[in-house]
Design a protein. Structure first.
Length: 540
């Protein structure tokens, strides 16, 4: 069929009129210029936004990071080895967002919200942007509500409040993750949702953490976001932002969330790898110039919102691994300057049997007593200063042979306080139990017990208080107060238990010789041998 030239115009006119408005698919499409190491250079998407999601073949997702004059540098998630030069890239016109919601509780997921456990798909339609502007000062309020870790040493001397950013820093194998896990376990029934973000760890270690939390009954209130060591750098880079977005879901609903980033040293290393592959100019230690902003924009999202905004809170516990205790290195000093304090764990203390191995002199909480109950503040007010002085005296005492009685007394009390603050992993204590343990040391009751028997004494004391003085302990727990009459009752209960336990020293600090102990046997103890003989006769 021949078409005459004068008919062409009328045919085009008919075709144009016949097209419906919704049929046209207008999308900006580009082409892969270069691909390698999980980084693609793309040409033709001139209007692309920073951090925009891009669609590539084989279900590979790109994230636009470098917006250059003639191309876009993007990091790729998924099976990027299948992508080749010349492949088509589509813009999605949406920034990176993360699935959030109640459905994620109790699950182990990757930073894109995909399940890594065997519990099936996660059914949630809600998402939040991975990058979100931190609330301004008008929308915030001061940190005043305690977030109890369950650790005597932390809650008494380096208190953490809801909405605070407290850094946990130390060499490898000093118990950094143990503090974070104990905090999650201690808050399982407090209404705080915990998000544990594992960056660059072995998957077996992450599964182990999950099993520990399941055994403690804390997993149902926790989300684990894992970017394991064998994942590509972009996944590790994304992980803390994804965890923060999941926490913000609860924060902006008026709830309370706790985000643990374990650890940001590996996060910075992953970002350095990505930046060098994107050919960004390297700075100190080959980190890019914006490595400070990388962590500050993440940690600034931790907040205690004002009452008008719902009074929700998001607490951040970032973890940093140091090399040979060097807290003056680049990444540690960066994160120290962003956070509201740090808990410094020392290798020498750890190996000498102090657990948790907290260095009191270097550790600090810039929120301080505002994040403590009045009862804890009353019994632990001078504890930090006393322990710092003890450490100095301990170093001094190594050189001196003759010490005056006051120095000897300070050293003796310091030894007992260090022992009293020791605590096993996964055995967090209630606030009232911590108050009783610390009060027995600061009020001088432990001076009558040998150092090696202190932990045994405290264990028995807490059992006795739970059995015979439960009303007193519940009152301290519920009110957070320790009025003078309760303090006297607590002191009386501790004194009675010392008599039953068997003191090693008298009130003046002099050793009690064998045979002249001031131990007072209870009626039950006096009858115990007779009952044992009766039981032996019955069994015979």
């Amino acid at each position: 069929m021949e078409i005459k030239p004068d008919e062409i115009a009328s045919i085009l006119k008919e075709r144009i009129q016949g097209m419906e408005a919704g049929e046209a698919d207008l999308s900006e499409v580009g082409t892969v210029l270069e691909i390698g190491d999980g980084i693609a250079r793309i040409h033709g998407i001139d209007n692309c936004m920073a951090l925009e999601m891009l669609e590539l073949p084989h279900d590979v997702v790109g994230l636009a990071l470098n917006l250059e004059q003639d191309n876009v540098g993007a990091v790729l998630f998924g099976d990027w080895e299948k992508i080749s030069e010349g492949d088509t890239v589509k813009r999605t016109n949406r920034l990176l967002d993360i699935p959030v919601g109640e459905a994620l509780l109790g699950r182990l997921v990757d930073p894109l919200g995909r399940p890594l456990d065997d519990k099936g798909e996660i059914n949630t339609d809600e998402t939040r942007p991975a990058e979100f502007k931190a609330p301004g000062i008008v929308h915030r309020q001061g940190v005043s509500e305690p977030l109890q870790t369950g650790l005597k040493a932390a809650d008494s001397m380096i208190p953490i409040g809801r909405g605070q950013r407290e850094l946990i820093i130390g060499d490898r194998q000093t118990g950094k993750t143990a503090i974070a896990i104990d905090t999650i376990i201690n808050n399982k029934d407090s209404g705080v949702v915990s998000i544990y973000v594992a960056i660059g760890q072995r998957m077996s270690t992450v599964v182990q953490v999950k099993e520990i939390l399941e055994e403690a009954g804390a997993m149902e209130n926790t989300i684990i976001v894992a970017a394991s060591a064998d994942e590509a750098a972009p996944i590790k880079y994304m992980a803390p932002y994804a965890g923060c977005a999941m926490g913000e879901y609860f924060l902006y609903k008026g709830g309370h969330a706790l985000c643990i980033y374990d650890d940001l040293s590996k996060h910075a290393a992953a970002y350095r790898q990505m930046s060098l592959l994107l050919r960004r100019p390297p700075g100190r230690e080959a980190y890019p110039g914006d490595v400070f902003y990388l962590h500050s924009r993440l940690l600034e999202r931790a907040v205690k919102l004002s009452d008008a905004q719902g009074a929700g809170s998001l607490t951040a516990l970032p973890i940093i691994e140091t090399q040979a205790g060097d807290i003056a290195a680049y990444i540690p000093t960066n994160v120290i300057s962003i956070t509201d304090g740090q808990i410094f764990l020392e290798t020498d203390l750890f190996h000498s049997g102090v657990r948790p191995a907290i260095n009191v002199g270097t550790s600090v909480s810039r929120v301080g007593g505002d994040a403590q109950t009045k009862a804890m503040k009353k019994v632990a007010g001078k504890l930090r200063l006393d322990l710092s002085q003890y450490r100095e005296l301990e170093a001094f005492a190594q050189f001196g042979s003759e010490l005056d009685p006051d120095t000897q007394k300070s050293l003796a009390r310091g030894e007992r306080m260090v022992e009293a603050l020791n605590q096993n992993e996964r055995s967090p204590l209630r606030m009232s139990q911590q108050v009783a343990s610390i009060y027995s040391g600061t009020a001088g009751y432990l001076d009558r017990i040998k150092t090696e028997r202190v932990s045994e004494f405290l264990l028995g004391l807490l059992e006795r208080l739970a059995a015979e003085d439960s009303e007193l302990m519940d009152r301290i727990e519920e009110t957070g107060l320790l009025p003078d009459e309760d303090e006297q009752a607590l002191g009386k209960a501790i004194g009675e238990y010392i008599d039953d336990f068997g003191a090693d020293f008298d009130q003046d600090g002099d050793p009690i010789e064998e045979g002249e102990s001031d131990r007072i046997m209870s009626e039950e103890e006096r009858q115990a041998p007779a009952r044992t003989e009766q039981a032996a006769e019955a069994s015979a």
